[in-house]
Design a protein around this ligand. Structure first.
Ligand code: NAP
Length: 251
């Protein structure tokens, strides 16, 4: 099967790191399913952009915090493309700045449901399709963790950091579980990347505030993360599984 026909699903593919990944993947010849939660205009604009450069993409709405949405999303990909070669578990959320002693149950449940359980359920659906044990042709999964999993994000969002630490261990365990089944599973820990996620957590100036504390004295771009994702998805990474790559400018 030529690389031109490979199919990639990117959760949260409509904006930020996910959108940069969809653009690069389309350029590399993947057919791309662009998942989004609510912002249909952004998803449609990205699909139009991919189509304008001769690529094949479609937008699929679905909340990765909802199992029914996830199952329907994978069925939509089956229907549209008839195969699956890669999954990028990119959809993720932060919350407003808070100490642990201020966090509500509702906040914690939302964080873990979207960031952790959503990634598990999407990987479940992908492995059901890609694993040779299940009759699939193999494939690759890239989970988007965060440098927060190492630093812990004290006073800011320890819940988010812990959700990403769960993604690190999930990556290692799943990678070993399916290692003989043609499916590679890796993760990336982005550092501070210039996207709208910071504003969504009530800190639109976060990139600016952290800039001087970063070894390179600058935030990363979504594109810089996307290049690492594309590498881990590619056959060039054929002996890389269970790896977690820091894309964090040295932090
Ligand atoms: P972003 O700019 O806020 O974009 C988030 C994307 O995820 C959007 O496409 C959004 O869709 C989608 N999304 C949000 N909640 C969703 C849900 N419940 N179900 C499905 N899609 C959902 O975020 P980003 O900065 O690119 O972050 C992407 C990933 O990188 C996240 O996992 C994040 O934790 C991780 N990360 C980011 C940074 C950073 O500094 N930016 C650092 C480390 C790790 P809508 O457009 O419909 O809202």
């Amino acid at each position: 099967m030529s690389a031109a026909k490979k199919v990639l699903l990117v959760t949260g593919g409509s904006r930020g790191i996910g959108a940069a990944t969809c653009r690069l993947a389309a350029k590399a010849g993947y057919r791309v399913a662009v998942n989004y939660a609510a912002n249909e205009a952004a998803a449609k604009a990205l699909v139009a952009e991919v189509e304008a450069m001769g690529g094949d993409a479609f937008a699929v709405k679905g909340d990765v915090g909802n199992e029914g949405d996830i199952v329907a999303m994978f069925e939509a990909v089956d229907h549209r493309f008839g195969r699956l070669d890669g999954l990028v578990n990119n959809a993720g959320v932060v919350d407003v700045k808070a100490r642990v002693d201020e966090m509500s149950l509702a906040r914690l449940e939302r964080m873990m449901r979207i960031n952790v359980i959503g990634s598990f359920l999407c990987a479940r659906e992908a492995v059901r399709r890609m694993s040779s044990k299940n009759g699939g042709q193999g494939g690759a999964i890239v989970n988007i963790s965060s440098a927060a999993s190492i630093h812990g994000s004290p006073g800011e969002y320890v819940d988010y950091a812990a959700s990403k630490a769960a993604i690190d261990t999930f990556t290692l365990g799943l990678a070993r579980e399916v290692a003989t089944e043609g499916v590679r599973v890796n993760a990336i820990r982005p550092g501070i990347i210039d996207t709208e996620i910071h504003a969504s957590g009530g800190q639109p100036d976060r990139v600016e505030r952290f800039r001087d504390m970063l070894p390179m004295k600058r935030a990363g771009t979504a594109n810089e993360v996307a290049h690492a994702v594309l590498y881990l998805l590619s056959d060039e990474a054929s002996y890389t599984t269970g790896a977690i790559l820091n894309v964090s400018g040295g932090r």
